[in-house]
Design a binder for this molecule. Structure first.
Ligand SMILES: NC(=O)c1ccc[n+]([C@@H]2O[C@H](COP(=O)([O-])OP(=O)(O)OC[C@H]3O[C@@H](n4cnc5c(N)ncnc54)[C@H](O)[C@@H]3O)[C@@H](O)[C@H]2O)c1
Length: 308
């Protein structure tokens, strides 16, 4: 789904990164700062934010930190205003912050759904709702990287809500890429497998209003998860792949060769559910013509109603 090269000079560009105090987000901040960007990192954890700002400053990066809960829409708008005041208009947006909690899906509570969907999907929505109009208005083009997961393609009981939130990130990213192409704004969907980060601790950011969980997370589970993630890809290595993808305006970023087998099996199952291409020719023609007519009518209507 490459669309031609849009961006290869990062010098002086402003990058806003949610979850920028730790893990994948901090890796992105380091790599894009090294490429010449001024980075603004936003994080709900003050300790992560302090660590991230210090680590970036130690490398000579131009960095500004903002404490932000990405589920708070008013605060997100304030963070955007602050970013523009301190650094300038944002051309690179990284919706990276996310959380996970695992357990048997049938035990999940509404709080489990509301917390994880709110941060993982809602946070991405809020990031785009906040910045897309500003990016369109400044007219300089740009790029948005939304972090989903390999879990945007597969779902199993234990990571069910997490996967559902990442399927949603995948879907809205694909649609937003279509919507923003005419404004010279690219959109990528980062779908990592294991990364070496602090995500095992994400339960610590769960707000009290979502305290009623169906899952029993304890220190043993956090320790076991830490062990798995300690074997993950280094965040800066992953961010290097993100940099290349942004340069090439590539939609999917999945730099994990071990994912091939599972993805092949998954897509094969989808294709196997289709009847052969040379069947129901009359129905195919009727439906195809109707869809084409709708698209053309829709395009004309949209042009009249919304202009561009
Ligand atoms: N670690 C992995 O193996 C892995 C795999 C696939 C996808 N991901 C995704 O990568 C993204 C980054 O996670 P990570 O692995 O770097 O974890 P991490 O915990 O190291 O970093 C995530 C950061 O987001 C912050 N955060 C959490 N909730 C927030 C909120 N409401 N508002 C603002 N900031 C918030 C945390 O404080 C933390 O600093 C997530 O979207 C995660 O789902 C991670």
């Amino acid at each position: 789904m490459a669309m031609g090269r849009l961006m290869d000079d990062f010098a002086g560009k402003i990058a806003f990164i949610t979850g920028g105090g730790s893990g994948a987000g901090l890796g992105q901040a380091k790599v894009f700062a090294a490429a010449g960007c001024k980075v603004v990192i936003a994080d709900v954890r003050q300790d992560h934010l302090d660590h991230g700002v210090a680590a970036l400053k130690a490398r000579g990066a131009q960095v500004h930190g903002i404490r932000l809960d990405i589920t708070d829409r008013t605060a997100f708008a304030r963070a955007a205003d602050e970013t523009e005041r301190v650094s300038g208009p944002v051309q690179l947006l990284f919706n990276t912050a996310g959380v996970s909690i695992f357990g048997p899906l049938e035990k999940a509570t509404y709080d489990d759904y509301d917390w994880m969907m709110g941060v993982n999907f809602g946070g991405v929505v809020n990031g785009m709702q906040t910045f897309v109009p500003r990016m369109i208005a400044h007219g300089k083009g740009g790029h948005i990287v939304n972090t989903a997961s390999l879990g945007a393609f597969f779902a199993a009981s234990v990571a069910g809500i997490y996967s559902a939130s990442k399927f949603a990130v995948h879907g809205i990213s694909m649609a937003m890429r279509d919507a923003l192409a005419k404004y010279n704004i690219g959109v990528s969907c980062l779908c990592p497998a294991n990364i070496k980060t602090n995500i095992a601790e994400s339960i610590k950011t769960r707000p009290a209003k979502f305290a009623h969980s169906g899952f029993q997370v304890d220190e043993d589970e956090i320790k076991a998860l830490h062990e798995i993630y300690s074997q993950g890809m280094e965040p800066e290595e992953l961010a290097g792949h993100v940099l290349e993808a942004v340069k090439n305006n590539q939609f999917y970023i999945i730099p994990y060769p071990e994912s091939r087998k599972g993805l092949e099996a998954g897509f094969k199952a989808v294709l196997d559910a289709l009847p052969p291409a040379d069947t129901d020719l009359e129905g195919q023609k009727k439906r195809g013509t109707a869809m084409l007519k709708y698209r053309q009518a829709r395009e004309a209507l949209d042009k009249r109603k919304y202009g561009k």
